[in-house]
Design a protein around this ligand. Structure first.
Ligand code: SF4
Length: 284
């Protein structure tokens, strides 16, 4: 979304094809071009709806403002579009609630307003950054259900960012695991949850209690902490905490390697262990 402060450094490429046109690299687009895409072709839902909304502006006006920013449209029509978007996110009595201020709505309703703002211009990509973290479990379930319905109704691609593995297992088709700012594993939900290949993913999954967890023992944890950005190890960033590490791990930054079709992990050590295991299996 290119919302980082000017002193932030980004590298790499992010390709996005707006309206099925030619894909462009978002990381290299000039500011005006990215402004046109942001809020229209790609939109974002933030974690804490109260800070994402203007407390002194009616919620209907805030949604209408997003419409006016990207369309030549009268204020009256923009307001109508805002009310329609509130209907889309299942806010009852939307025409009346559009006149409310954020503090007059519950946390779940405020998050629905933020979602309405995001979808009002019918984006292709919706980025949801921990959209349910600030909500209680019942409302969280309702918001996840709503997002699933909107994905289908509007043909949305969704990039869902979360530290909650239970939520990820519920919403994702493909999962990308990040550690210290780098992608360490990428694959289908099934592959990542059933056959995690990176030691960090394995550690995360082992730390989640399930029905078979022995309640008499302490929960498994990953020893140590994430390295500070100004003191990143030269080699694998997970090396100081990794039970599989070998001396070479501290030397070179590991590449992403294919574990199986569509499943990638940034760990040559586990990759070669898995390759050996597979080659020892009897041919079927
Ligand atoms: S590269 Fe080495 S240190 Fe890094 S995750 Fe793999 S085994 Fe562990």
């Amino acid at each position: 979304m290119r919302l980082l402060p000017p002193q932030a450094r980004i590298s790499g490429e992010i390709f996005f094809a707006a309206d099925a046109g030619e894909a462009s690299n978002l990381a290299a687009l000039h500011d005006e071009a990215i402004r046109k895409l942001r809020g229209s072709r790609m939109a974002m839902i933030f974690q804490e709806p109260m800070t994402a909304l203007n407390p002194v502006m009616r919620v209907g006006d805030q949604i209408a403002e997003a419409v006016v920013a990207h369309n030549s449209i009268s204020k009256h029509d923009a307001w109508q579009r805002a009310v329609e978007a509130m209907n889309d996110v299942a806010i009852p009595d939307a025409a009346r609630r559009a006149r409310d201020y954020p503090h007059q709505l519950s946390g779940g309703m405020r998050q629905r307003i933020v979602i309405a703002m995001a979808i009002v211009n019918r984006p292709q990509l919706l980025i949801a950054d921990e959209p349910t973290t600030a909500l209680d479990v019942t409302i969280q379930e309702q918001i996840l259900e709503l997002l699933a319905q909107l994905r289908i109704k509007f043909g949305l691609a969704m990039l869902f960012i979360s530290h909650d593995l239970a939520v990820v297992s519920q919403v994702a088709d493909r999962v990308a695991v990040m550690y210290a700012g780098s992608l360490v594993e990428l694959g289908s939900k099934r592959d990542v949850f059933r056959q995690p290949a990176h030691p960090y993913t394995r550690g995360l999954l082992h730390a989640v209690p399930n029905l078979r967890t022995d309640r008499g023992r302490p929960l498994q944890t990953i020893e140590g902490t994430v390295p500070a950005l100004q003191a990143m190890p030269t080699g694998c960033a997970f090396e100081p905490r990794c039970e599989f590490r070998i001396p070479e791990c501290a030397q070179d930054f590991p590449p992403l390697l294919q574990v199986s079709s569509g499943h990638w992990a940034r760990c040559p050590v586990v990759n070669s262990l898995l390759t050996q295991q597979n080659s020892n299996l009897p041919a079927s």
